[in-house]
Design a binder for this molecule. Structure first.
Ligand code: AMP
Length: 178
């Protein structure tokens, strides 16, 4: 059974705004209604992967934690491998780490040292682009492994935060821009 494909506007309507979560002043974009709707979830994966034919992508790299949901589904759709970029301390084997700045303090993401072969063609996916720090750090890890980033793809972009500035030099795509 195939479901009629949603538009980006259909997906946008399903994203729920949660004011002041997890702290005052943050407008959290809740994607769980998109995930819970079979047509919207599958359609969002279609839209994120439609540019790529069979064999065009070697690995989809997903960013901890909601990025894993979209990246893993995209990897299955593209017949590509899935590679997690995780928050520091979560991966069991040897890692490369990359620190980045938050509004108050820093955070660190990590990837296994053997997660990608040099020259492999990678699609990097997260659920949401805000200031761009997380995705830029993940992209730096992918580059450190010698892989090639075909595109950095997001379900949602908060355009007013200017995160694309931190991702200069990479093709960036997002389905829904607020
Ligand atoms: P940034 O590094 O500022 O681009 O933040 C991106 C990461 O933080 C992503 O992994 C998002 O899941 C999460 N994030 C940041 N802001 C929001 C928001 N308003 N709603 C939901 N997730 C967010």
């Amino acid at each position: 059974m195939s479901l009629p494909r949603p538009t980006a506007a259909d997906i946008e309507r399903a994203i729920r705004n949660i004011p002041d979560f997890p702290k005052p002043g943050i407008q959290f974009k809740d994607i769980t209604p998109v995930l819970a709707d079979a047509r919207l979830f599958s359609g969002s994966i279609d839209l994120m992967t439609e540019k790529y034919g069979p064999g065009a992508v070697d690995a989809v790299v997903g960013i901890d934690a909601r990025g894993f949901i979209f990246a893993a589904a995209a990897a299955v759709r593209l017949h590509a491998g899935f590679v997690p970029v995780r928050k520091k301390g979560k991966l069991p084997y040897q890692t490369h780490e990359q620190q980045y700045d938050l509004e108050h303090g820093t955070a660190t993401v990590a990837v296994h040292v053997d997660a990608l072969r040099p020259g492999s063609r990678v699609l990097l996916i997260d659920d949401l682009l805000a200031t761009g720090g997380t995705a830029a750090a993940a992209a730096a890890l992918v580059k450190r492994l010698g892989a090639e980033i075909l595109e950095i793809s997001f379900l949602i972009e908060l355009g007013f935060l200017g995160g694309r500035q931190k991702l200069k030099g990479y093709p960036v795509r997002s389905l829904v821009v607020f």
